[in-house]
Design a protein around this ligand. Structure first.
Ligand SMILES: [Zn+2]
Length: 211
């Protein structure tokens, strides 16, 4: 991944600040849960040096509700925390204001992968469990669920060692998969591979290159 620094107007405090911008990403074989091929490919999180607002891009208008959270004592305490894990801290702080389920799923998965690379397996597992909870909430409340999302959910259950739930979910979408996907489609192959891994009770991380 290549980054440069650029001056932008912060969407929260409207001040001009310098932030990193991602120029290019190397997209190697991702994990079955969408994990990038290496740590350097995790998306940059920008942080406003004036007000502490953190996001993947801090430009653009934000709601008054979000601005209130960023000005709050709790947010400011979190963002001023001195630790040697700036990336993890910034993502954790974003969870204080993020409302959309899809954004929360994404941030919890990023945290999971980040802690996996830091070899903090316990916290990584905790973040994956949070991601799974948010996915289940999405399945209950959102009208349209894509096969890709269900396959990522299945992979998370499998990596958490929750094989029975993973197996049940695989079986619940079988008819849909056979009806809507062709055998040479990547999603179909991921589905079939996932099924085999669950049968073998394999909880390791695997990539799409293996299917
Ligand atoms: Zn700002």
């Amino acid at each position: 991944m290549r980054t440069i620094r650029k001056c932008v107007i912060c969407g929260c405090c409207k001040q001009k600040v310098e932030v990193p911008i991602m120029l290019s990403r190397y997209l190697g074989a991702t994990g079955l849960d969408n994990r990038p091929c290496n740590e350097a490919e995790l998306p940059v999180v920008q942080k406003c040096s004036r007000c502490g607002y953190c996001n993947f891009s801090i430009e653009g208008e934000i709601s008054d509700k979000t601005r209130k959270v960023i000005a709050s004592e709790e947010y400011q305490r979190h963002i001023k925390k001195v630790s040697d894990d700036e990336y993890g801290d910034k993502l954790q702080t974003m969870l204080l204001y993020l409302q959309s389920i899809q954004s929360r799923i994404y941030v919890y998965l990023l945290l999971c992968w980040h802690y996996e690379w830091k070899k903090d397996i316990e916290t990584a597992g905790e973040m994956r469990r949070h991601a799974v909870q948010q996915m289940e909430l999405a399945f209950r409340t959102e009208s349209e669920i894509r096969v890709e999302e269900i396959l990522i959910y299945i992979d998370c259950l499998r990596q958490l060692g929750r094989f029975e739930e993973a197996k049940e979910t695989v079986e619940s979408i079988e008819t849909e998969v056979y009806k809507n996907l062709a055998e040479d489609q990547l999603l179909f192959q991921v589905y079939r591979y996932q099924k085999t891994l669950i049968e073998k009770r394999d909880a390791f991380a695997h990539t799409v290159a293996e299917v």
